[in-house]
Design a protein around this ligand. Sequence first.
Ligand code: HAM
Length: 415
Amino acid sequence: MALTAIKGFNDILANESGRWQYIELSARRIFERNGFSEIRVPIMEKTELFCRSIGDATDIVEKEMYTFTDKGENSVTLRPEGTAGVMRALIEHKLYAQDPVSKLYYLGPMFRYERPQKGRYRQFHQIGAEITGVNDPLADAQVLNMLSAIFREIGLDEPTLQINSLGCPECRPAYRTALLSFLDSRLGSLCDDCKRRYNTNPLRTLDCKVPGCIEATKGAPAMLEHLCPACDEHFGCVRRYLELTGTAYTLNTRMVRGLDYYTRTTFEMVTGLLGSQSAVAAGGRYDGLISQLGGPEIPGIGFAIGLERVALLLGQREFSSTPDLFIATMGATEREVAFRLMDELLKSGIRVEMDYEGKSLKSQMRRADKLKARYSVVIGENEVATCKAAFKRMADGAVTEAALAVEEICTAVLS
Ligand code: HAM
């Protein structure tokens, strides 16, 4: 039987990778402009790291992690997200001692054993950014503005920003109690997962997509109405800064994130174009995470963009690069001349293609068309003898005569 890729693990073929590179480069440009540097952390970590950060009672840790015992009897896990590993590295290398504010970005594959469908895979890719060491709501607003800027840079204006605040350890317990007493009389209408969440993670009931749960939790108290004065003030400032810089957002008081480390500001970029996989990016503040992992009390905030989902939103737009020139040849001697010319043009930064196998002229021209070359030129005996050739602009057939020399080709034809 032919071997195939593992379910939920995708090949990114050559005709798609141009789109991926375009997204990655757009994000890198915005990160660098905002003073963020790239960090590369391992794709596998000790399992404990994810249990202690994402939370034991989350779907990710309970059901979705690729966890193995390695040959040394250690429990290891393929990273389901990037924040935990980056914070582990920050603590391990004491990056905060070099600079109290660190601005880091990363990209790469993440792994979750979810049910694959459009926009949801078992190996997927995130582009993420984290800023640590700043409590001030300015950092929240900058992170959100940067996220919006990345989507603008990519050329997507459809995903919209939704924000919420999940409060802090001061105010969340009272909210949890209020929510539990609201859910008490409705427990019978909740799905089995939510019945369990009632004890372990009741906030997640607000996020459940089962119609019965949506109905039962209508009118549930909102965290925003239970924020302590400090969280309320913080969130108010975030909103003011967003308004000051013209960043559009809506409030979503039912937004609960699927990871336990969040405090205060949380957010998602959502789209209506990808069915139930509506979040193309998400993140929030995690002021307790670094100390929870054994580091100092350092606040943080960040996000991750789902690359596959952004690629889907970009649709079939063309991102592959096409040659500036296709050189067709008539015989063996001409192929030598053409090969040397191609080499010189390539060395000058021009994208050139030629036929590798000495096919018929007709088939060479078909290839020039297929590759969408901007110009083509045929080199035969006459062209070799005169050192001149006719360069055809493929779009309209217009012909320009030029010497077979790099400089002349560049100025007379390709400029
Ligand atoms: P998350 O919401 O779990 O947050 O994931 C962020 C984004 O990754 C999602 O909005 C989605 O676009 C994409 N994503 C998640 N799971 C899948 C999947 N199975 N297939 C395809 N795409 C997926 C985090 O991971 C946090 N670490 C974000 C963060 C950074 N918070 C603070 N800093």
